[in-house]
Design a protein around this ligand. Structure first.
Ligand code: HMG
Ligand code: MG
Length: 296
């Protein structure tokens, strides 16, 4: 069995993690400190913000302010979600390095999450990708509900493949496959990957595993064996999805890094520092630490 020698970890805690916190937006300074401390752990890609409608996701309302407060590091790629041109304009003003468009593989999730059909969403992304590229920004694509949808149940792998293909054709450099409600198990994940890789090579795929059913690390291991070498994770396992009731956070970054280092895979992340960051943000938010490694 051949595993990748190196894995790129995309830290999504400041976005996917914090977007689900109840109430109004957390103080911008607290978010900026978290982002700066994550950068100091050696994480080279941090999804720092979302330029979405503030009524839909109040926690992300102060994204522009957060970006003003962080200390930028050359080695870090700071990215943000941009569902449409308005989001992209805000991202350009905030001088993001990269943006992400996010589609879904089920019609109901697309409607709940972005108030449009899958096809309308893809249509909206076209000018976003084009304008981002014209401004020198790379664009990442997400596909949500790649295994199960909270409204429709099991999702056909072929649908995931078609949406992933459309995002790549549009110019995304990578597609992150979202197990939004964390119901995947390795066999089903492999079936989905078999369909997607008919269109998109594994080198352009990333895993985005929520850990609702405790399967994220097993699923990530299966994806590693299939040749995927980029994974999203959230410090202290923060988060969930506001449009997928009951979904818990992404795999904790600490637990992912522990697994990867144990397999001899290089990440560039300093685990001891990261554990401290996870403990501190959990304490700040009055939450249990969602990382097993960070709770020892
Ligand atoms: P809409 O209501 O259909 O938008 O929302 P619209 O174009 O009809 O505009 C309506 C109003 O929204 C207008 O304001 C616009 O200006 C405003 P009004 O005239 O009524 O005052 N508006 C905006 N304001 C700020 N920023 C914007 C923006 N766009 C329009 N970008 C929209 C469509 C997509 C904007 C909305 O549905 C939305 O914001 N959705 C975001 C949902 C979201 O953030 N979900 C969570 C992130 S995705 C996720 O977690 C999954 C992922 O982690 C992968 C996985 O786990 O599967 C990525
Ligand atoms: Mg997510």
């Amino acid at each position: 069995m051949k595993l990748p020698k190196q894995v790129r970890v995309v830290e999504v805690g400041p976005r996917d993690g914090l977007q689900n916190e109840p109430g109004t937006a957390l103080p911008a300074q607290l978010k900026a400190n978290l982002i700066d401390r994550l950068a100091a752990c050696g994480l080279q890609h941090i999804e720092a913000a979302a330029f979405v409608h503030p009524k839909w996701v109040p926690q992300m309302a102060n994204s522009s302010q957060v970006l003003q407060l962080i200390t930028r590091h050359q080695h870090v790629n700071y990215s943000a979600l941009t569902p449409n041109m308005q989001g992209l304009q805000r991202a350009l003003q905030a001088e993001m390095d990269e943006v992400a468009v996010f589609g879904a593989a089920s019609e109901s999730f697309s409607q709940h999450n972005t108030n449009c059909s899958i096809a309308e969403g893809l249509q909206r992304f076209q000018p976003v990708v084009k304008t981002a590229h014209a401004n020198g920004l790379r664009v990442r694509g997400y596909v949500s509900v790649v295994i199960d949808c909270p409204y429709e149940g099991a999702v056909a792998p072929q649908k995931v493949a078609e949406v992933s293909d459309a995002l790549m054709q549009m110019g995304c450099y990578e597609v992150s496959l979202g197990d939004t409600i964390g119901t995947a198990t390795p066999g089903r994940l492999q079936d989905m990957l078999d369909a997607v890789t008919q269109y998109v090579p594994t080198t352009y795929l990333a895993g985005h595993c929520h850990d609702t059913y405790g399967q994220a690390l097993a699923n990530i291991y299966a994806m590693l064996q299939a040749g995927v070498s980029c994974f999203d994770a959230s410090v202290a396992g923060l988060g969930g999805c506001p449009y997928a009731h009951g979904a818990s956070g992404n795999v904790a970054t600490e637990d992912l890094v522990y697994l990867l280092h144990g397999l001899g895979i290089h990440t560039g992340v300093q685990l001891d520092r990261l554990i401290k960051v996870g403990q501190d943000i959990s304490a700040d938010l009055g939450r249990c630490n969602g990382s097993k490694v960070g709770s020892l």
